[in-house]
Design a protein around this ligand. Sequence first.
Ligand code: MG
Ligand code: MG
Length: 277
Amino acid sequence: MIYYKTAEEIELIRASSQLVGKTLGLVASMLKPGITGLEIDKAAEAFIRSHKGAIPGFKGYGDFPATLCVSLNACVVHGIPNKKEFVDGDVVSVDCGVLMNGYYGDCAYTFPVGDVPEKVMKLLRVTNESLYRGIDNAIVGKRLGDISYAIQDYAEKKHKYGIVRKLVGHGIGKNLHEEPEVPNYGKRGRGIKLKEGLVIAIEPMVNMGTKDVEQSKDGWTILTKDRKPSAHYEHTITVKKGKADILSTHKYVEEAIKNNINIKEVSLKNRIFADQI
Ligand code: MG
Ligand code: MG
């Protein structure tokens, strides 16, 4: 059953989601060749816990051992932070959740570390853009399939990348994962009607090559089957009339990237908004 949130609940989810955005901003300021997933994870956990009533949303969730999912290159999602140093040319997907005042926030960003080839930068830009194309459709009067279709149409049909099928976006609130599932592929005009109070995490996972993935032996890490790189961007949003309300934010990430010479901007400057198509 889908639980539609009250205005008060939405503000609590916004507060949690904003803290996730700030945490990702901290991560963005730290990233460079030579730093490890464990180091950013430690900093993220301390930062979240320094906010009254806030705890990491992923740590202990289904026995996940860390605050961040840190997924490198061919790792799509759910990577466990470790002692391996990032090297020039890595793409690092960082997914973070916060639980505060009884409500979750969830947000992710894929960072290019150092000099990443243009071919891979394009994968990042297209995935990031596909997220916003999905969000453009998260409005009253549309259906869930319109969000899914917009993401697939852009990333897969237009750019020939592989959209992961096995993992999907989700409702979010008192639980990290609630109904409905929000696939990154689907048909226009299908699925539930979108209405106010629906809060979902939209999170395209887009592979350079095949859409197929497999789970590594650690029981968590999801890898592309062909070991080509993958990207992942996520926002927690709520459906509104005319324009979705993005409850999480990449603002702090984007500000931090501007001041971090080791991370290139994943620019959406030429973005075409839905109302201009
Ligand atoms: Mg997430
Ligand atoms: Mg999520």
